[in-house]
Design a protein around this ligand. Structure first.
Ligand SMILES: Nc1ncnc2c1ncn2[C@@H]1O[C@H](COP(=O)(O)OP(=O)(O)OP(=O)(O)O)[C@@H](O)[C@H]1O
Ligand SMILES: [Mg+2]
Length: 257
């Protein structure tokens, strides 16, 4: 079966990492016999921290290794280069039970970020097929959508708070994604909104997947530096993520779980 790929996007600080971590946890717990890949596509490396993982190597480290070996004239041809890249790639995937992790890393030099984004795109195309689910925590804003880093995905999950800026960002991402992203369904999770927030009043946005208020458990988790696995299942972030996930998977073989 084709992998189911979730990609999270939205303005900075709206909850993309918290929600993609919650999605990853729920998938890992509900489908223990399925393989899940969590991709931290944000150079700030938040997702792996939220999941309690520390990658030994990031994609940027691997990219640099390969670039160095080309510079030293060690790689004979394109075929050898590709197999070398695949070989190195295994070094930056950390595994724990049915979960695998991959982080883009934080390029040090100016101009490297677009290179590592291009690399991420190729890597995702190469390895996604090895997994049942892939959860991608995207960088804030529109850049990775514009660059088609996430060109072929199953679900685009837009996250926003109630701010005008947050809503503008998801509206722009939706428009750009319609042209540049091949995806089955797009939906919105409204996070950290007040109980009076009315998403139906917002014209022209994709369907609402969940509306989540301020979550004291999430705040406590933050203060203690705990992982998403410590979040009570009754907490609004966990519940909202579970609700959104159920809506996205409703017309798939995973619907009943
Ligand atoms: N519903 C919520 N209630 C309380 N705190 C929340 C909630 N959702 C997220 N947070 C907290 O808000 C902060 C920002 O969330 P998060 O890091 O998930 O956002 P982000 O969109 O990934 O940010 P960035 O764009 O910087 O990567 C974190 O400290 C997170 O724990
Ligand atoms: Mg984040």
């Amino acid at each position: 079966m084709e992998p189911i790929i979730f990609a999270f996007a939205g303005k900075g600080g709206v909850g993309k990492t918290s929600l993609s971590a919650a999605f990853t946890r729920i998938l890992a717990e509900r489908y223990p016999d399925k393989k899940i890949l969590a991709v931290d596509a944000d150079p700030a490396v938040g997702l792996l921290t939220a999941l309690g993982m520390e990658p030994a190597l990031t994609l940027d480290d691997i990219r640099l290794r390969i670039a160095e070996s080309i510079n030293r004239g060690e790689t004979a041809d394109a075929v050898a280069l590709l197999s070398e890249a695949r070989f190195h790639l295994l070094d930056c995937i950390t595994e724990k039970d049915n979960l695998s992790f991959l982080a883009i890393g934080r390029p040090e030099a100016a101009g490297c970020y677009c290179k590592v984004n291009a690399y991420l795109k190729q890597v995702l195309e190469t390895i996604s097929g090895n997994y049942d689910f892939v959860v991608i925590d995207g960088e804030a804003g529109i850049e990775q959508i514009n660059r088609r880093v996430m060109e072929n995905i199953t679900y685009l999950v837009l996250v926003s708070d109630a701010s005008r800026k947050g809503l503008q960002v998801i509206s722009t991402i939706k428009d750009v994604a319609q042209k540049l992203v091949n995806c089955k369904k797009t939906g919105v999770i409204f996070n950290r909104v007040s109980p009076s927030f009315a998403p139906q009043a917002l014209a022209d946005l994709p369907p609402t997947l969940a509306v989540i208020g301020d979550d004291p458990n999430q705040t406590e988790n933050d203060m203690l530096g705990d992982t998403v696995f410590c979040l009570p299942v009754t907490s609004p972030v966990y519940r909202g993520a579970a609700e959104a996930l159920a809506k996205l998977l409703e017309d798939t073989p995973y619907a009943s779980v």
